[in-house]
Design a protein around this ligand. Structure first.
Ligand SMILES: [Zn+2]
Length: 206
């Protein structure tokens, strides 16, 4: 498994291209902006995109979605709680005109020789997910190095803390690939991340 990080757009969203070096199949996680940069990487490495995964519905994670989906023909997965359909736009959600595939907790999606397991981790948005593949966790804006996502864009703090508690209770260590900023490890966040420690009851309430 090879993980390429492309920090795209004004908000420097981490778009990850996760490829299987044996089959050259890859998944694109959060094509946030700069479709040219993403497609260049895919093309110059002769990759075939098997799936596009969105960790959640916020615009900075999918501004290049239609360009990448159109160019590759790959199916797009998102948790349906972060989508809306019909005429009236809903804040902080992605419009579904019928082409989006929903995924939910416990789903497993195969791309080449890689299997991506879906964990619902709501709180930053109510449809936020974490994708687990081998020893990597793609946490979107749920878990950052030393921090977690904001909850004022359709989220909820208690729900987010519960999701952080659930992530930190995974067995063993993982590489953490967040939606913004630097990578980390789950062990590091268990030890140093204030929010993860709060979620685990390391600090008294209030
Ligand atoms: Zn977000």
């Amino acid at each position: 498994m090879l993980i390429k990080t492309l920090a795209v757009g004004q908000l420097e969203t981490n778009c990850y291209v996760v490829s299987d070096d044996k089959t050259l199949m890859c998944a694109v996680i959060d094509p946030g902006a700069e479709s040219g940069v993403i497609l260049d990487y895919i093309e110059s490495n002769k990759l075939k995109v098997g799936a596009i995964f969105l960790t959640h519905g916020h615009f900075d994670h999918h501004m290049a979605l239609s360009a990448v989906a159109d160019a590759t023909g790959a199916p797009v997965y998102i948790h349906k709680r972060d989508t809306y359909s019909g005429g009236k736009p809903e804040d902080h959600k992605l419009r579904d005109t019928g082409e989006l595939r929903g995924y939910a907790d416990g789903d497993a999606i195969t791309v080449g020789g890689l299997v991506f397991h879906v964990m619902e981790t709501p709180g930053h948005s109510m449809g936020s997910v974490t994708l687990r593949c081998e020893r990597a966790l793609f946490t979107g804006d749920t878990l950052f190095r030393d921090s977690c996502g904001r909850t004022d864009l359709g989220g909820d703090m208690d729900t987010l803390l519960e999701s952080l508690r659930r992530l930190s209770s995974l067995e063993g260590d993982y590489e953490v690939y967040p939606g913004h900023a630097e990578t980390s490890t789950l062990d590091r966040e268990r030890r140093f991340n204030y929010y993860v420690r709060c979620a685990n009851g390391d600090y008294p309430a209030g």
